[in-house]
Write a protein that binds this ligand. Structure first.
Ligand code: HEM
Ligand SMILES: [Cu+2]
Length: 603
């Protein structure tokens, strides 16, 4: 049992906040701003990403406004932003809006909230370590987000803003004169991507090292909670995929600023500019971009899958169904994720034999995905389910993932994709997964681990109301997108109704916009719950959910160094309702034999 158990490494003992540093006085700045404590960094990531979520949401509402009431006066902001265009969203501005909406949500919200906020907060606590392996690197990974935010933010003030979509395809993204929004703003955008990449890279190196080296005695690999497995696999994905995006970004910057021609073919004339020289290859970008960004969609999902598994098991008071299959299927998803990027390029004119290969590989991802879904259902089945906010959001995760996963399989078939590529069907697909699954998973995780983060409970009634309204609003917004897509409505058009064949879709679009407004308004409840509970929340005990994980052995909130003494691990994290135990329906990982729960932490 202990053969795999590493000794406690001493990476952090020279650091200011090792577990022996309780007596050490820290200034406000080193404690809360340039902190090296993984918990503080996690919470910094959490608040920053919630703030950016609101900004990304505001962009989304502006997009929805334009699609429901094209070229009419914007409410509230018409004077401030759109004076020159008579209070209306111009097509150029619309292009910038959807570019920045996607960019903010993908690179500044979903990825950093999963890895940065929850990864940071949970990894050391769940494996029984006092901190991350490289606390300073960890701090830098947070602070490298800010140059990215600055670059993206600044780019909005250059004429047209960045306007090539979150995928930034050349030639549009490579030439200054290609579109109103492809001036210096696009270069700033690419610099932003580079900084985000550096930030994630530092995080991923840290997570891998920590999980491999710093598990507490007895925490073997196959006793790790699925959250940790998911974070581990995600970190590997990041480490292998991200350098490709960073390199591609730098190449595109070079094309724009230093006259190289990686992506620009010869003889292209845009607007009034001179024809281009040089024999670059625009499709190269698509390959490099999707080689990163398809694995990245799993970076945006796997951590939530792990956290959902832990929460469902706890809330249904049952062991997770198929623990090892869960790990193997996450690994399979990650592995296959590297060979399917071509499904974003079916209509790029690729050789049909190659298209076929990508098609088969993509459809194969349905297998491990389905195993996970069956296992979640198997976990819920017959459990003593407690219908609280955490459970509701977790079940929403599973069901919305089914909807989004199924539409993925449709699109993976080349003949289908040729028809629906670049329509709203695609937008429906990834919002079901990214909003429907990942974001509900995040809502559940916030409610579940909040007591550990802040020592207080969040409000249940408020959480439930937030869930119900968000769930209705989300489905009202995104489900009709499937229909729009099949009706042929393209994505990224500022005013689709200029085309006669799309005019009849206006009422449906208005319904979607009302749903989106409901969904946006519901997030006020989330804010009230998150910030209000800091003050009014009930004081949380150590283990409010009667959960097995190591994090619940530490005080709420945990002090510097996390644990009063290094926890010893005797079992896996899913022993709920064990027939061997009659006194309680859970069996903490630190309890060797049946002892009274008051002495649970003595190891
Ligand atoms: C069963 C698994 C899945 C399959 C078979 C699948 C398949 C596909 C296919 C074929 C496309 C390209 C459609 C096109 O542009 O014509 C696509 C797009 C996309 N998928 Fe998935 N997908 C799956 C799961 C996911 C997951 C888990 C995520 C995110 C966490 C995701 C996020 C996206 C995004 C963001 C796009 C659109 C990118 C863009 O063009 O802007 N997909 N998916
Ligand atoms: Cu993909």
């Amino acid at each position: 049992m202990t053969s795999e158990t590493p000794a406690q490494p001493d990476h952090s003992t020279e650091d200011t906040h090792s577990q022996h540093a309780h007596g050490h006085r820290q200034s406000f700045i080193t404690k809360y701003i340039f902190s090296t404590d993984h918990k503080v960094i996690g919470i910094q990531f959490l608040f920053t990403t919630i703030f950016l979520l609101l900004i990304g949401g505001a962009f989304a509402l502006a997009i929805r406004w334009q699609l429901a009431f094209p070229n009419t006066q914007m409410p509230f902001v018409n004077k401030a932003f759109f004076e020159a265009s008579g209070g209306q969203i111009t097509p150029e501005f619309y292009t910038m809006l959807f570019t920045m909406h996607g960019t903010v949500m993908v690179f500044l919200v979903i990825i950093p909230i999963l890895a940065g906020a929850f990864g940071n907060f949970l990894i050391p606590l769940m494996i029984g370590a006092p901190d991350m392996a490289f606390p300073k690197l960890n701090m830098m990974s947070y602070w490298f987000m800010w140059p990215a935010v600055a670059c993206f933010g600044l780019s909005l003030f250059y004429e047209g803003g960045p306007a090539a979509g979150w995928t930034s395809y050349p030639i549009l993204a490579a030439l200054y004169d290609a579109a109103p929004g492809s001036g210096f703003a696009q270069t700033l955008w690419l610099m932003g991507i580079t900084f985000v990449g550096v930030s994630s890279m530092m995080g991923s190196v840290n997570y891998m090292t920590t999980i491999i080296n710093m598990r507490s005695p007895g925490m073997t690999f196959f006793r790790m909670p699925l959250t940790i497995w998911a974070m581990f696999i995600t970190a590997i994905l990041q480490a292998f995929a991200l350098p490709v995006l960073t390199a591609a970004g730098l190449m595109l910057i070079a094309d724009r600023e230093f006259g190289t021609c990686f992506f620009v073919p010869a003889g292209i004339t845009v607007n009034d500019a001179e024809p281009t020289v040089g024999g670059g290859q625009p499709l190269l970008w698509q390959h490099l971009f999707w080689f990163y960004s398809h694995p990245a969609v799993y970076i945006m999902l796997l951590p939530a899958m792990g956290m959902i598994s832990d929460m469902l098991s706890c809330m249904c008071r049952k062991p997770i169904f198929g623990y090892r299959p869960m790990i193997y299927s996450m690994s399979a998803i990650a592995g296959l994720g590297f060979i399917v990027w071509g499904h974003h390029m079916f209509i790029s004119g690729m050789n049909p034999a190659l298209g076929m290969t990508f098609m088969v590989a993509t459809i194969m991802i349905a297998l491990p995905s389905a195993i996970k879904v069956f296992n979640w259902i198997g976990t819920i089945w017959g459990g003593h389910i407690e219908f609280n906010t955490v459970t509701l959001n977790s079940i929403a995760f599973v069901s919305m993932f089914i909807v989004g996963g199924l539409s993925g399989i449709f699109m993976a078939a080349v003949p289908v994709d040729i028809y629906i590529h670049d329509t709203y069907f695609i937008v429906a697909h990834f919002h079901y997964i990214l909003f429907g699954a990942t974001l509900f998973g995040i809502f559940a995780s916030i409610q579940f681990w909040y007591p550990k983060m802040f020592g207080r409970m969040m409000s249940e009634p408020l959480g439930k109301l937030h869930f119900v309204l968000t769930f209705i609003g989300m489905n009202g917004t995104f489900f009709p997108m499937h229909m729009l897509g099949i009706a042929g409505m393209p994505r990224r058009y500022a005013n689709p109704y200029l085309h006669e064949y799309l005019e009849h879709l206006l009422p449906l679009n208005q319904f979607m916009t009302y749903s989106a407004i409901l969904m946006g308004a519901a997030q006020i409840l989330l804010l009230i719950n998150v910030f209000g509970s800091l003050i009014w929340g009930k004081k949380a005990p150590r283990n409010p959910w009667n959960s097995n994980g190591l994090e619940w052995v530490a005080p709420s909130p945990p002090p510097h160094g996390n644990f009063e003494e290094i926890p010893l691990v005797y079992r896996g994290p899913y022993e709920y309702s064990s027939p061997e135990r009659t006194d309680q329906d859970y069996w903490p990982q630190t309890e060797r034999e049946i002892v009274s729960s008051s002495s649970a932490t003595t190891a």
